[in-house]
Design a protein around this ligand. Structure first.
Ligand code: FAD
Ligand code: NAP
Length: 670
């Protein structure tokens, strides 16, 4: 959009922009933007930085870190670098970055520490405080860069997906341009940090909390730079209502070209509810075959490609006034190919026959993941109601972090919720497409041991409340639980398989997996069925009620547990009463008053410490990252403190060292 148009729009809507329009870009400067991504987040952020860099007068070149290694070392880059790096597994660098990282390790061992002396970088690290080694991937790179003489001219910033990446990402980007200017010894020339004034006098019709103007904020806000539209949608006069297996495989192959296995077609053999009808969560056991053989080991997971809910897509298209066009084939063009955002979708639409309905169903995330702060800034441009515009600007602002976090991320608010709430907001579909993030595959740990594959999952449910304007299910589990025998669905082999079992079977292995976290251990135990008795295996499992959600109950009690060195089960919502309960196994395997797995671990503290300290045993934890994995880690700290007389700091270091040497492994998800 032309600057004059912005001024006109903003004055018209009582929103005044101050202090940034007068800034003119005088000199363009070359910069390199390098991303190291695992799930695509770092790439998307790097693409945003790329686009904003152009608006700010820089000449960016975007690189995937996988292009660098021994043959093409990083010191070939002489322009200042903006490095965006995520974390994966147990605090490792993304898989695409391992070649580059390993080459730096080798160079460090061989060189005098000046190898990167001309390498100047700004660092944005991505991580999640729900995991033990927060931001460790980028921290490893930062350390190597420093050891090799590189200079960090801006940052490092550590963004936390646990509380919302935007909280750090946004200020990082806002400050980046001045930092780059300073780097080019031409400080304070430009800035994307827009200051805007909003009118907070009038309160909006109070549909839900999302729409209520936050009265505690000042009227001057710092908002992300508005990302202009560079996409144009053209509809072709041809309709397509049905997408067959081959159509969908082609679409997914273009969406996920990095997949090592390619897109595999699964056929459902059986999909059963295995929890009791009265259980708190519905748990399903999905058995399926594949069109191609999958090479896998116990502990591996598959990445399922699940569509958005059909009804949600229909409602959204209706809300966007696109019902009459939804089945028409479209093609996207970009009038600025140097802008990276949305280019994947341009290619996708040019290489496939795509309709809006298929695109919204299969390709983009319609839930909170797409609703970054710059998304609210984008929506504000298309709201004709002044109060709605102001509120959307507040939600996009740095000052309103708390409400953004609580009302959007914590509530898992969707795009449709936002559009249902901000009724005057009518974004054009091509600009909307540009702003939406790709739908991420969902991983599931295999518990099978042969060509009939199997995983278990809990159905995720979100009730209509607060900012959620309708009931909904989790994207993937909402789709998977409806699959019937002979239905097809799509998956890929998970690229990064971190959770593999130790090869030295003589050492003890302690497995901890409450809820569906039991899955990889079932796969492992099934694969060792013949030799179980000879192995040194310990299993801690937890569920709510022995009669409602004890997964794989018969198999565990009859075939597995009797052959393990120890099996222990905890019940979080069941009080065992010997006089009324006649289940002998409870007496045998349930530690009295053990609510959670960590209560049983604590009960066996001496034994556990003996296994890990004297016998160099392994500890494997699988399941919830938000609470369980942290509590289990802390429980081991307690056990080590108690049994070895270590300070809690030393016990922490002891376990961190076990993580580093891969003797304490976690496959966890928040
Ligand atoms: P979404 O629409 O993505 O919503 C998920 C959100 O709902 C989460 O952010 C969370 O805050 C909230 N939520 C509430 N309850 C739950 C819950 N019980 N599980 C997840 N999120 C919840 N899941 C399994 O059920 N079985 C597995 O074997 C399994 N293996 C995994 C292996 C790996 C390596 C990883 C990374 C994850 C695994 N997960 C597994 C999690 C799985 O990938 C999905 O995240 C989960 O099924 C929710 O997906 P969804 O699309 O239905 O929910
Ligand atoms: P769940 O059914 O919600 O819980 C299982 C048991 O754990 C319940 O008894 C629950 O008790 C208990 N629990 C709750 N808080 C705990 C804590 N702090 N410490 C120990 N136990 C606790 O679990 P789920 O939904 O199956 O799985 C949890 C998560 O793991 C999900 O997000 C799932 O997607 C993920 N997952 C990841 C992998 C992987 O990364 N490989 C594999 C499988 C599952 P109460 O509810 O009664 O408090």
């Amino acid at each position: 959009m032309h600057n004059l148009e912005i001024i006109f729009k903003l004055i018209f809507s009582q929103v005044q922009v101050t202090g940034y329009l007068g800034k003119m870009v005088e000199v363009s400067k070359k910069i390199a933007i390098i991303y190291a991504t695992q799930t695509g987040q770092a790439k998307t952020i790097a693409e945003t930085i790329n686009d904003e860099a152009i608006s700010n007068g820089f000449e960016p070149v975007l690189y995937d870190i996988s292009q660098f290694g021994r043959q093409r070392p990083l010191n070939q880059i002489t322009d200042p670098v903006v490095f965006v790096c995520s974390t994966t597994g147990d605090g490792e660098v993304p898989e695409s970055a391992t070649r580059c990282y390993n080459s730096l390790k080798k160079i460090e061992a061989e060189s005098d520490g000046n190898f990167l002396k001309n390498f100047n970088y700004a660092l944005l690290g991505l991580g999640d405080t729900n995991y033990t080694q927060f931001c460790n991937g980028p921290k490893l790179f930062h350390q190597k860069f420093q050891n090799l003489g590189a200079k960090c001219f801006y940052g490092p910033s550590w963004a936390d997906d646990g509380t919302g990446l935007d909280v750090e990402v946004e200020p990082f980007i806002q400050g980046l341009w001045d930092a780059l200017d300073a780097f080019f010894q031409n400080a304070n020339q430009h800035s994307s940090n827009q200051k805007i004034q909003i009118n907070t006098d009038q309160l909006i019709s109070q549909l839900n909390k999302l729409s209520i103007i936050n009265p505690n904020l000042s009227s001057e806000l710092s908002v992300p730079e508005y990302v202009e539209n560079h996409l144009k949608i053209n509809f072709i006069d041809e309709e397509k209502k049905n997408f067959d297996i081959n159509d969908l495989k082609n679409i997914f192959s273009h969406m996920y070209p990095q997949s090592s296995s390619g897109i595999l077609t699964a056929t459902v053999i059986d999909n059963c509810l295995i929890s009791d009808k009265l259980a708190e969560k519905e748990c399903y056991d999905l058995k399926f075959s594949l069109d191609e053989k999958l090479q896998y080991e116990p502990g591996h997971a598959v990445d399922c490609l699940c569509p958005n809910d059909e009804n949600e897509v229909e409602q959204l298209l209706k809300r966007l006034n696109l019902e009459d066009k939804k089945d028409k084939i479209f093609c996207l063009e970009s009038n600025n190919p140097s802008k990276k955002l949305g280019q994947t979708y341009v290619k996708l639409s040019q290489q496939n026959k795509l309709t809006l309905k298929a695109f919204f169903k299969y390709c983009v995330d319609l839930r909170w993941n797409s609703l970054k702060k710059n998304f609210f800034r984008f929506l504000s441009e298309y709201s004709s109601d002044v109060n709605e515009k102001n509120r959307l600007l507040q939600l996009s602002s740095r000052e309103d972090n708390e409400e953004y976090h609580n009302l959007v991320r914590e509530m898992h608010t969707s795009l449709l919720d936002v559009l249902n709430t901000f009724k005057s907001c009518q974004p054009p579909v091509d600009h909307l497409i540009q702003m939406l993030l790709a739908l991420n595959p969902r991983s599931y740990s295999l518990c099978s041991n042969n060509d009939q594959l199997e995983f278990v999952f809990n159905l995720v449910k979100f009730k209509k409340e607060s900012t959620r304007t309708y009931d909904r299910l989790g994207i993937a589990t909402g789709y998977l639980h409806k699959l019937k025998k002979h239905d097809n669905f799509f998956l890929m082999n998970r690229k990064f398989q971190n959770f593999t079992f130790p090869s030295d079977e003589d050492k003890p292995l302690v497995m901890i997996g409450p809820g569906t976290g039991i899955a990889p251990f079932i796969g492992y135990l099934r694969s060792k069925k013949e030799t179980l008795k000879n192995l040194n295996l310990y299993l801690f499992y937890g569920c709510r009620d022995p009669n409602k959600d004890f997964l794989f109950k018969d198999e565990i009690l009859n075939q597995l547990a009797p052959n393990l060195k120890l099996f222990s089960v905890s019940f979080s919502r069941y009080v065992y009463d010997k006089t009324t309960c006649c289940d002998d196994y409870i007496e045998k395997y349930h530690v009295k008053e053990s609510k959670y797995v960590q209560d049983s671990i604590r009960f066996y503290s001496k034994e556990m410490v003996r296994l890990i300290d004297e016998q160099n045993g392994y500890v494997y934890v699988c399941g919830d990252a938000k609470n369980m994995s942290k509590d289990v880690f802390n429980c081991f700290v307690e056990c080590l403190t108690k049994e070895l007389g270590l300070s809690s700091q030393d016990a922490n270091a002891y376990l961190m060292n076990m993580i580093k040497t891969k003797r304490y492994k976690q496959d966890i998800w928040a």
